[in-house]
Design a binder for this molecule. Structure first.
Ligand SMILES: Cc1cc2nc3c(=O)[nH]c(=O)nc-3n(C[C@H](O)[C@H](O)[C@H](O)COP(=O)(O)O)c2cc1C
Length: 338
């Protein structure tokens, strides 16, 4: 997919600056009278055949935004106008945290990848709640997922309590939850891998949900660095508990060079597709999977869906190749001969 002139200009800037420029321009577009209409005309895929029902939620199309792209939900109206099927806000943590000092996002230009060392910067739950509560009619069709992550400074023993706190506070304002159990670039020691660790984290969420009138699906977002045995444990937990699905995968800490961080983008594509295919086959396609990781081209998105993903979540592909990836990818996965 060829980059637009605008995207080539962004590519000259450091990766985080380029992203902030795009988000700021989208914010401007959102404020001027015809701005959202323009975003829609330029980007929004239009095909009824893309609509689908996944874990009981209606999606206008299966292509969404992964966590870390709009972590605080500041651009929900604009991302909705662009035409994404869903936006995953977060990783959300209970208190504001600044993340790692800049520069914290590095381009690996030849490999079409990024090294993310951001450490989940977040303006905190209250700010995000405000944004989500203030959803306008423009976001009516947009599904919002909330990704919950670990507060970098908190002790591991407090993590389950903190995840529950965010879950309870966000419960009535979002459509589904993603529980991040992948590598946080700033607290690498925290990657729950055993059955016991996973259950400790998710069981309090199930218990809270049991007492609610509305049902909110809960998915687990996993690391691409899990061993085969660890992946099998995740699948067992998926089958044996009321978990609704898996998001595979997050950035890879194992692929990162010595400086640390998590590799995202093209270096992740094959591993991400492999993990999704494995989970889909082992579960006989009975559980929803959100495919994430290295979806840089329309063909990557098509292959991810064919491997068994029900939805795909983009991040680096949009940052590096631009918003036009959405429409091209939508075209690539629209059923033919209709
Ligand atoms: C700058 C940046 C920040 C990210 N922040 C988060 C985050 O806060 N929580 C999370 O679960 N994943 C985060 N991710 C991971 C993405 O959501 C995604 O799973 C991963 O980058 C793989 O997809 P990609 O190759 O399309 O980027 C981040 C990725 C990037 C590049």
């Amino acid at each position: 997919m060829r980059r637009s002139l605008f995207q080539n200009m962004l590519w000259v800037l450091p990766a985080e600056v380029a992203h902030n420029v795009r988000m700021a321009l989208m914010g401007v577009a959102g404020k001027i009278p015809t701005g959202k209409w323009w975003l829609k005309v330029c980007h929004a895929p239009k095909h009824e055949l893309l609509q689908r029902e996944v874990f009981g939620v209606h999606f206008r199309n299966p292509i969404g935004i992964a966590a870390g792209f709009d972590p605080n939900g500041d651009r929900l109206n604009e991302l909705s106008a662009v035409g994404f099927g869903f936006v995953e806000i977060g990783s959300l943590v209970p208190r504001p945290q600044p993340g790692t000092p800049r520069p914290r996002l590095k381009r690996l230009r030849i490999a079409d990848s990024l090294i993310d060392n951001s450490g989940y910067p977040s303006r905190g739950m209250e700010h995000v709640l405000d944004n989500v509560r203030r959803r306008t009619k423009h976001t009516r069709d947009l599904v919002i997922g909330c990704n919950i992550g670990k507060l970098t400074a908190s002790h591991i023993d407090d993590t389950a309590k903190e995840y529950l706190r965010v879950f309870r506070n966000m419960y009535q304002y979002v459509d589904f939850f993603v529980i991040n159990v992948a590598c946080n670039t700033a607290s690498k020691q925290y990657v729950p891998r055993t059955r016991h660790e996973l259950l400790d984290l998710i069981e309090p969420l199930f218990e809270f949900r049991r007492g609610q009138l509305d049902y909110r699906p809960i998915l687990l977002k996993i690391s691409p660095d899990l061993s085969q045995a660890e992946l099998d444990t995740v699948i067992e937990v998926l089958i044996e508990t009321p978990l609704d699905g898996i998001e595979a995968v997050a950035g890879s800490c194992d692929m990162a060079p010595k400086g640390g961080g998590a590799v995202t983008g093209a270096m992740l594509t094959e591993r991400a597709i492999e993990v999704v295919r494995y989970i889909a086959q082992r579960t006989e396609h009975n559980y929803p999977i959100i495919g994430s990781g290295g979806m840089m081209t329309p063909d990557d998105v098509r292959r991810m869906m064919e491997a068994g993903a029900s939805l795909v979540a983009l991040n680096t592909g949009i940052r590096e190749n631009g918003l036009r990836l959405l429409r091209h990818a939508a075209r690539a996965i629209t059923p033919k001969n209709e």
